[in-house]
Design a protein around this ligand. Structure first.
Ligand SMILES: [Zn+2]
Length: 507
């Protein structure tokens, strides 16, 4: 029976964020799934909407003997430090070498979940370096990789793999299907039914994250074109919008096409995807509305009728799932000042304020200084603590299981959490960074967002996965944070230049 090793190592690195990803961040015992290695991997990932779960299901259904490596992921942040990277890589290399040496037969293939935008402190291309080491163990073994749509591709990520497939949705609700696609091609390659060849390339553009949603033009059409290429000879075609908050040479948009032995076709389809994206570059540029104007517009909107759902106020500069501190207070402060009424705000990260509220107890009236405590040396502007006064409405342990569709079934841990009701605004304070992409982040704190006139979210696109259907309207709120939408305010020293829209005239 063919033997395939499976594992994963995921991190999205925002080089403008203040905190690094350490071994402790990858191996947290108190948060799902932590660092899992060996047989425990299968139970840890089963049933969850993450790529490896899809790969395990697909490969097992095809009758393969799966050899577990390790799987881990740390919250998005700045660089993965050398110690964390080397520990994870060493474990994976050790397990692979053992699997290749086992008496039970040769290893026939490798499947990996990687993010594609991991920057290690000592390797700009984190995934490429890992794959280079794996490839060095065996120059011929088929290797399949599933990447996030935010991957920033490097040559080593392609040269040291056999098959690469990327998500086609943002919010990422097709992680499972992406892994199945990669796994299917891997199996056919092992059986000798196909001989995958790949062509990849990039164009000098940094698509704005706020313009990357796959329900919106132009990414909707680009991803549809990727899917259609499967009927034109592509085994897999992927367009990566890339992760722009990374000051690395290859940040930005790229594409890779896998065909069965036809390099010319792969190159032609790749060029078509890159040309189409380049033509649409202006549509990937995001236009910023000043915060005061945005909130005045929100205030003037008619109140939602019963059953309509709230107006979403998107505090998108401070998205923790892209490295944000989740403790900037500019947008919340302006919401309070503008006296918007019937608001729920998710959330401010502030473990100290949470402890104070817990000490005061349910129903107590408290005045707290919230947020504004984490430094952001690479971001201009000042995020000060915000004083709020209100009643402690909820005290919770902060744990819930995702309703989905993103990460359905995954246990999310916000840490000890409270809700402070100011009379007009219910402010959620949490002790772990969690992006609101699931309705249960509200329900678990006793807030029904569907009954609110406004809901403030620290998110950019993933909120749409679980909460998009409820929104009556969306108002983007330009605040402050390491996911700033004003790319001209970030200092790029390493990205290849010139690059659109930072340098190139819009021709
Ligand atoms: Zn992503």
């Amino acid at each position: 029976m063919p033997r395939i090793a499976v594992g994963g190592f995921q991190h999205e690195t925002n080089t403008f964020a203040p905190q690094r990803a350490t071994w402790a961040d990858f191996s947290r015992a108190d948060a799902w799934p932590g660092y899992v290695r060996g047989a425990e991997l299968f139970d840890a990932v089963a049933g969850f909407n993450i790529p490896i779960a899809g790969a395990v299901e697909k490969l097992r259904a095809l009758g393969h003997d799966l050899i577990p490596l390790s799987w881990c992921s740390a919250p998005p942040s700045s660089y993965v430090d050398e110690d964390a990277y080397e520990r994870v890589a060493a474990g994976m290399l050790e397990d692979l070498a053992a699997a290749m040496a086992a008496d039970s037969g040769p290893l026939d293939g490798v499947y990996l979940d990687l993010h594609g935008a991991m920057v290690a402190a000592h390797h700009e291309d984190g995934e490429g370096e890992l794959l280079r080491r794996i490839r060095a163990l065996d120059p011929a073994i088929p290797i399949a990789v599933a990447y996030d749509m935010h991957a920033n591709l490097y040559d080593a990520m392609i040269a040291n793999a056999t098959v690469v497939a990327g998500y086609r949705t943002y919010p990422h609700v097709d992680t499972y299907d992406t892994a199945k696609r990669a796994g299917d091609i891997l199996v056919r390659a092992i059986r000798g039914e196909v001989r995958p060849v790949m062509a990849w390339g990039n164009v000098p553009m940094l698509p704005h994250v706020m313009r990357q949603g796959s329900d919106d033009h132009p990414n909707r059409e680009l991803q549809a074109r990727c899917a259609a290429m499967s009927s034109e000879g592509a085994l897999a075609a992927s367009l990566f919008t890339g992760f722009p908050h990374a000051d690395i040479a290859n940040a930005g948009l790229s594409a890779v096409v896998v065909t069965d032995g036809d390099k010319d076709l792969a190159e032609r389809l790749r060029d078509e995807l890159l040309d189409r994206a380049w033509v649409e570059r202006e549509a990937f540029v995001y236009k910023i509305e000043p915060l005061a104007e945005a909130l005045a517009r929100a205030k003037a909107m008619p109140a939602p009728a019963p059953g309509q759902g709230p107006i979403v106020l998107l505090d998108h500069y401070d998205n923790c799932a892209s490295g944000g501190t989740m403790d900037t207070t500019v947008v919340l402060g302006e919401i309070l000042k503008a006296e918007l009424d019937n608001v729920a705000a998710f959330a401010i990260y502030d473990p100290a304020a949470v402890r104070q509220a817990i000490a005061a107890g349910i129903g107590a009236r408290v005045t707290l200084s919230v947020g504004g405590k984490l430094a952001m040396p690479q971001v201009s502007g000042d995020s000060r603590p915000l004083e709020i006064t209100g009643t402690v409405k909820t005290i919770a342990n902060g744990r819930f299981r995702n309703k989905g569709p993103m990460g359905r079934g995954v246990t999310t841990d916000m840490g000890p959490s409270v809700v402070i009701d100011t009379g007009k605004v219910e402010v959620a304070l949490i002790s772990r960074h969690v992006e609101p992409s699931d309705l249960n982040c509200f329900f678990s704190l006793g807030i029904d967002p569907l009954q609110k006139r406004y809901v403030m979210l620290k998110s950019r696109v993933h909120w749409r996965a679980g909460l998009g259907a409820m929104a009556k309207a969306v108002v983007d709120c330009a605040g402050i944070g390491v996911c700033t939408s004003d790319y001209s305010s970030l200092t790029f020293n390493n990205v290849r230049r010139p690059i659109y829209p930072l340098d190139l005239p819009n021709r």
